[in-house]
Design a protein around this ligand. Structure first.
Ligand code: TPP
Ligand code: SF4
Ligand code: MG
Length: 351
């Protein structure tokens, strides 16, 4: 495939962040996706979130599977670590990388085919293990790369381009993530950057398994009348529960809040999530209420978006396993191979 580098020149007065980088420093190669594909908007949101948080690009590892969605890491964070794995296998590769080096920020990018069909088992286990990551599914309800077959997230009754209706029940990935114990669960829409960028920022600051289901219309195969993942359908049925502002100490508070409609959640690393509640009775820290809200609103034909659940006290896989704090590649040979006596002692403790 042709590789299209972006011209290096940029306007000398582009704003810089706390590290002195411009937004351009967080971009990747020119996208080869279809013009108007929702996935490109998600890439742009990731670029903006990382730029605004002043994340050092070399501290981020982006991993993906196979699909148009899984191609997108080529189009953002060109100076970060990247691994394009096999279809549906991103979660296990990410889990292994995270176990070996906990110092990096892990960003898993996947599609609805990649995560809800072939990779469903991998998705489930990475979430339930509490791998510290941001896991984004770019959800278009079809296998875009292989020309538009219904995926497992396509709604029953949704029609494909030839007018044929999908007969199967959809897999609701946010509902699954909640049941599996994800400690940060959100849904958003590629066409709503105002909502998506703060959600990505908050997820990047979350210490645990953060999952974002991002509806991302496929303009080539699933943007027609009768599709429930088209731009028009999602705009008409989008029901946000809240809007988010992320306060990291540097960021100024920009949102306008009515008294009585604000919920503040302080995450483990001190980041404050300030939520403007749209559904006043919605409490983002109540997991079972989130599950029931989703089911009720889905039955009413709405697509619920926003931050659906967060556990501010979340822990990650390393805390559960009580692993060593130092990344494995920084341990000395003596620490990695402590010798026969240490092995004998360990074996004895397991007898
Ligand atoms: C093991 C394996 N099975 C099947 C395929 C064929 N294949 C490639 S991408 C894809 C589906 C991609 O759908 P999705 O993850 O939703 O990504 P999208 O293209 O819609 O963004 C399939 C079935 C493959 N590459 N490898
Ligand atoms: S086929 Fe669909 S998902 Fe793939 S690049 Fe084109 S619009 Fe995007
Ligand atoms: Mg898809």
């Amino acid at each position: 495939m042709t590789f299209l580098p972006k011209p290096k020149l940029h306007h000398p007065e582009l704003p810089t962040n706390a590290l002195g980088y411009t937004r351009r420093d967080y971009e990747g190669a020119i996208s080869t996706l279809c013009a108007g594909c929702g996935h490109d908007s998600i890439s742009a949101a990731i670029v903006r979130a990382c730029f605004e948080l002043s994340l050092p690009p070399h501290r981020i590892a982006k991993l993906s599977g196979i699909g148009c969605s899984s191609k997108t890491p080529t189009y953002f964070l060109g100076a970060s670590h990247g691994f394009n794995s096999v279809h549906g296998r991103m979660p296990s590769v990410l889990t292994g990388a995270n176990l070996a080096n906990r110092d990096l920020i892990y960003l898993g990018v996947s599609g609805d085919g990649d995560s809800a069909s072939i990779g469903l088992g991998q998705f489930a286990h990475a979430i339930r293990r509490g791998v510290n990551m941001v896991y984004i599914v770019e959800n278009n309800g079809v296998y875009g790369l292989t020309k538009g077959q219904f995926s497992a997230t396509a709604d029953r009754g949704a029609r494909n381009k030839r007018g044929i209706a999908n007969t199967d029940e959809p897999i609701n990935l946010v509902g699954m993530a909640l049941q599996l114990g994800a400690t940060f669960v959100a849904r958003s829409f590629s066409g709503d950057k105002t909502q998506l960028v703060p959600l990505i920022k908050a997820a990047l600051h979350h210490e645990g398994a953060a999952f974002i289901d991002c509806i991302s219309p496929c303009v080539a195969f699933n943007n027609h009348e009768g599709s429930t993942k088209s731009f028009d359908f999602v705009r008409e049925h989008n029901e946000a529960v809240n809007f988010l502002d992320v306060i990291t100490g540097r960021a100024e508070i920009t949102a306008d809040y009515e008294p009585g409609t604000v919920q503040e959640v302080v995450q483990h690393d001190g980041t404050t999530l300030r939520l403007r509640k749209i559904a006043e009775e919605y409490d983002v820290t109540d997991r079972s209420a989130a599950v029931s809200w989703l089911q009720h609103r889905q039955a009413a034909g709405e697509i619920v978006t926003g931050l659906l659940y967060v556990d501010p006290e979340a822990q990650d896989m390393h805390a559960y396993l009580d692993t060593v704090e130092t990344p494995l590649n920084q341990l000395t040979e003596a620490e990695l191979c402590p010798g026969q006596a240490a092995l004998a002692k360990l074996n004895a403790s397991l007898r």
